[in-house]
Design a protein around this ligand. Structure first.
Ligand SMILES: NC(=O)c1ccc[n+]([C@@H]2O[C@H](COP(=O)([O-])OP(=O)(O)OC[C@H]3O[C@@H](n4cnc5c(N)ncnc54)[C@H](OP(=O)(O)O)[C@@H]3O)[C@@H](O)[C@H]2O)c1
Length: 245
């Protein structure tokens, strides 16, 4: 059975997921709420064991570091590689061509240490996979030219026994999973702050390389006022929106 997938994000009033607002008390308060909904006691997403995130989000986490590749690395065995790790939470990093220069096999997010699992396509080189193995970073291969999103989820379900996944941005990958019909719910912590920036990522950002701008409709499931004035909104994904004519 297909696992349940929820896009879980915090945004500004103007729908932004990055930018100057991040460095304000108001944003930090809602970021904490957002984080607690992922891993806090009584999380509404109890079945997940980590979150998926896009390549640009990975670029920021690695500070745009390039991997140190050995062009003469011995041929690695075919298929996926799950490195031994103690962490129960994972950062599933969408990186089809294998370009992120992770220095550790984990990512620290507030109090949570998440084991890194790279999601690669057939475009990732042998030397990149050898680099990941050397660093103790797990990887899953799904698709040939680009990442096969559905197959990647199936493989993660198989390897990690998860029935539920969180997709935590950015806007590029959020929209691809929505357009692929793989998302059940969108959960937003809407922070009472805005910065008006026009050059920053939004909750959903279409990219002609991967998807289109045909509208999608949602149905509100619930709305909760949080103690800092943030709104926690949950929407069901309905599918293509209805054209006027
Ligand atoms: N507020 C929040 O809750 C939250 C959560 C997470 C992240 N963020 C922020 O979001 C920002 C990044 O968002 P973003 O939208 O620019 O980037 P993103 O979604 O993290 O990554 C998009 C990039 O991923 C690659 N990609 C590979 N397969 C893809 C696919 N199937 N569909 C779409 N993209 C695919 C593409 O790069 P190539 O074409 O080069 O491969 C694409 O440009 C960062 O500032 C991050 O901090 C905010």
């Amino acid at each position: 059975m297909k696992p349940r997938l929820t896009v879980h994000m915090h945004t500004t009033l103007d729908g932004k997921i990055e930018g100057p607002h991040l460095f304000t008390r108001e944003s930090l308060a809602s970021q904490r709420h957002y984080y607690n909904l992922i891993v806090g006691e009584g999380s509404p997403f109890p079945g997940h064991r980590g979150w998926l995130a896009g390549t640009t989000t990975g670029d920021l986490a690695t500070q745009y570091k390039k991997p140190e590749l050995d062009p003469n690395a011995a041929e690695v065995p075919e298929g996926d590689f799950i490195a031994p790790h103690d962490e129960e939470i994972h950062h599933f990093s969408i990186d089809p061509r294998g370009r992120l220069g992770w220095e550790e096999n984990y990512l620290q997010y507030f109090d949570t240490r998440a084991h890194i699992v790279e999601l690669l396509s057939g475009q990732a080189s042998n030397s990149y996979k050898a680099f990941l193995r050397k660093r103790g970073i797990s990887y899953v291969v799904a698709g040939s030219d680009t990442l096969d999103l559905e197959l990647a989820l199936e493989k993660l379900q198989e390897h990690f026994g998860m029935e539920e996944f969180l997709l935590d941005g950015g806007g590029g990958v959020n929209w691809s999973f929505i357009k692929a019909g793989l998302v059940d719910e969108v959960s937003i912590v809407l922070s009472p702050v805005a910065d008006g920036a026009t050059d920053t990522a939004s909750l959903f950002d279409a990219n002609p390389k991967y998807n289109d701008t045909n509208p999608v409709a949602f149905t509100l499931i619930s709305h909760t006022v949080l103690d800092d004035g943030s709104l926690w909104l949950r929407y069901r994904v309905d599918g293509p929106a209805t054209p006027l004519n």
